[in-house]
Design a protein around this ligand. Structure first.
Ligand code: 9WN
Length: 459
């Protein structure tokens, strides 16, 4: 694909307009109708991309998200906007009732679970692109202790199995809510009669039912949130309290990648980077010990209750490419899977990559949310990881796909791997923000590529 300087500039301008349209004064919503509040990992993606064009807003939205941080360090997956009607999104503030938790902020309603902790990495990106260095330094000084608390919470409270990895307690914590990787765990869940509150799905008002999770899945997802809420969102004994307990490769790869960034931020504020570096290396080793299957040569999510790995080939399996110290043989394995017919429909000349689930699997669905379509954020994470490992060919293909999808179908939430039709929300913020990042770091197939980044560190 050729991209002229003019096309590139126009795409960046359009992406900035999408972000400005979703800006709400102190944060950016993921999309104006379907997701009218501030989301956790969306904010990190949005701020990382926006940092190239608007340092002030990038900083402001990161800081606003952290006003919702709990005193135990947990950063909630949604910070609710009090100006938005309670029934605009389900589950809203009156469902989550964050006030029942001892650790929640007293003046702000939030959800009671978290999402992948990409924030230290986003803060580092903001600092690296900042034009106002003084402002950026003050920003890092304010953010650093909050990021340290976030990672302390994940290692102290979420390492339920004691093997060095953070466990998620709800599929929404993975960010890949409806992935087939969680099907077995959800299938085992029994909902006692009367345990589910009456609720109305607001997502179906704004999105096609074919793109969204089924009612059966939604009931299980809501039930899991109710179970945890009934504990008062307690940190104690998650192994007993939470029926869904999973060590997810993508969540932990992001922990790993962010801990590396946190070490760099420590240097900037004059703190010792060593504890963060060591913590990151420990997570990397734990991923290879607990999530790597040496027979299939893949990473899989691990069900903590059943003490076994899930055999599903979902996009999460490829995320350890983000580990800067991943041994070269494992990086090779990630690239092989990404190149295989499981993740790219080679027989379709108009194909895009990378599907979010094995294209040949029985449960694959080209348009249903996280069960097959391509998401720009997972493409971008793989792209950042693989460039770092010097896997330029496949990284460039990912960049081409991201740009190609947006040019084909606009700023959608997700896309079909076959032909690139767009699904879910329109004017989706992280799609816009991450395209800005791609277009600044590399020129897809224009022959003008930037440096592959810092060489991988071996530990
Ligand atoms: C629940 C906001 C979020 C993303 C998630 C995505 C979707 C929410 C929903 O939207 O989840 O958190 O209502 O489906 O799966 O990754 O953060 O964009």
């Amino acid at each position: 694909m050729e991209l002229s300087a003019r096309d590139r500039a126009e795409l960046i301008e359009e992406a900035a307009a999408v972000l400005d349209g979703n800006w709400r004064g102190d944060h950016t919503v993921p999309s104006s109708q379907l997701y009218p509040h501030q989301w956790n990992w969306d904010t990190a993606f949005i701020a990382a991309g926006r940092s190239w064009i608007d340092q002030q807003r990038a900083q402001a939205e990161m800081e606003h998200l952290f006003t919702g941080q709990w005193s135990n360090g947990m950063v909630p997956h949604i910070v609710f906007n009090p100006d938005v009607a309670d029934d605009a999104y389900f589950p809203g503030p009156t469902f989550w009732r964050s006030e029942v938790a001892a650790h929640s902020p007293s003046d702000l309603a939030t959800s009671g679970i978290t999402q992948p902790p990409l924030h230290a990495r986003a803060v580092l990106d903001i600092v690296e692109h900042a034009s106002d260095r003084t402002e950026a330094t003050a920003f890092v000084e304010r953010m650093y202790p909050r990021l340290v608390a976030q990672h302390r919470y994940l290692s102290a409270v979420r390492d339920v199995a004691g093997g060095g990895l953070a466990a998620i307690i709800h599929p929404w914590e993975s960010g890949m809510d409806n992935s087939p990787a969680w099907d077995d765990d959800l299938a085992d869940l029994e909902i006692p009669p009367g345990a589910l509150p009456r609720y109305e799905r607001r997502d179906l008002v704004h999105a096609n039912a074919k793109d969204r999770p089924s009612d059966e899945t939604y009931n299980r997802i809501v039930y899991l949130a109710v179970v945890y809420r009934e504990t008062g969102y307690s940190d104690a004994d998650l192994g007993r309290a939470c029926p869904f307990l999973v060590e997810d490769p993508l969540f932990n790869s992001i922990v790993r990648w962010s801990l590396e960034a946190l070490a760099d931020l420590a240097v900037l504020v004059g703190d010792d980077p060593t504890p963060h570096q060591r913590a990151g290396q420990r997570v990397g080793r734990a991923m290879t010990d607990r999530l790597w299957d040496p027979v299939t040569r893949r990473f899989y999510a691990r069900d903590v209750h059943g003490d076994q790995r899930s055999p599903e080939d979902a996009i999460t399996s490829l995320a350890p490419a983000l580990d800067p110290a991943l041994p070269a043989g494992m990086v090779d394995a990630v690239v092989e899977v990404l190149d295989s017919p499981e993740f790219r429909p080679r027989d379709d000349p108009d194909h895009f990559m990378a599907a979010s689930f094995d294209l040949g699997a029985r449960d694959f669905d080209a348009r249903r949310y996280w069960r097959g379509p391509i998401w720009i954020n997972t493409d971008w994470l793989l792209w950042r990881g693989l460039r770092r490992h010097g896997r330029t060919r496949v990284a460039d293909e990912l960049a081409d796909s991201m740009v190609g999808l947006v040019r084909r179908s606009g700023w959608r939430e997700y896309y079909s791997p076959f032909g690139g039709e767009g699904f879910g929300s329109h004017d989706f913020s992280w799609t816009a923000a991450l395209l800005i990042d791609v277009l600044h770091r590399a020129q897809p197939r224009t022959g003008v590529s930037d440096s592959p980044g810092t060489p991988p560190v071996r530990s």
